[in-house]
Design a protein around this ligand. Structure first.
Ligand SMILES: [Zn+2]
Length: 214
């Protein structure tokens, strides 16, 4: 639907890029970082009904608000099950940002697999498995809008860490090659997990990691 909007949000305490996809009434959140209360104010203030939450990977700086929002609005949130063990491990990261811990009885995510789903009417989303930064890392591509959300797999000028639990340098390299091999259109807009957004053409020409294996 042409009235669907994509908005990159850097919710306080600014660190992670979240993505809000919305139309006149409904919305979906990607990588719900920050405080649950800030998200509630934003959604309620705009009169948007939350339909679902998707998470690129299990690090707490990409999901700190996801279980709480899913519970508050009674919606599903989705995460690759391979990253579920990271959810509570990540509470130590939340301490650094002075964010509340995810409680032991948090609302559990539903599994995320590599498939195409419709997140809102007229908004198909292709999900790709891209392990390496974590076991369960996923990237999201919206073919109609030509928008790619990479999480921490690749950044504008670098790549994600592979020294955290479940990380693996070779897998990360393979995953980035897999993204590059998709030959997304030059003007595909890329939202990274942290830092500046980019476009595919820029990555091809400037990020030395973004190469398709021969
Ligand atoms: Zn991460």
């Amino acid at each position: 639907m042409s009235d669907t909007k994509f908005e990159v949000l850097r919710m306080p305490p600014e660190n992670t890029n979240s993505l809000l996809v919305y139309n006149a009434n409904d919305c979906v959140i990607f990588d719900a970082w920050g405080h649950v209360s800030d998200w509630c104010s934003l959604l309620d203030g705009r009169g948007l009904k939350l339909r679902a939450i998707y998470t690129t990977h299990g690090h707490s700086d990409h999901l700190s608000a996801a279980p709480g929002l899913a519970e508050h609005y009674n919606v599903d949130w989705f995460l690759n099950f391979r990253d579920e063990p990271l959810i509570l491990w990540g509470n130590q990261i939340l301490d650094f940002w002075e964010l509340p811990h995810i409680p032991g009885d948090y609302k559990k995510p539903k599994g995320l697999i590599a498939e195409t789903v419709h997140i809102l009417p007229g908004v198909p989303m292709q999900i790709m498995a891209t392990p390496g930064h974590s076991l369960g890392g996923m990237v999201f591509y919206f073919p109609i809008q030509k928008i790619l959300m990479t999480g921490d797999t690749i950044f504008k000028e670098g790549i994600g860490r592979y020294d955290l639990p479940g990380g693996n340098a070779n897998e990360l390299r393979n995953s980035i090659s897999k993204i590059a091999a998709k030959n997304f259109p030059d003007d595909t807009y890329v939202v990274h997990g942290h830092g500046d957004d980019s476009v595919i053409k820029w990555l091809r020409e400037n990020n030395p990691w973004f190469k398709c294996k021969a």
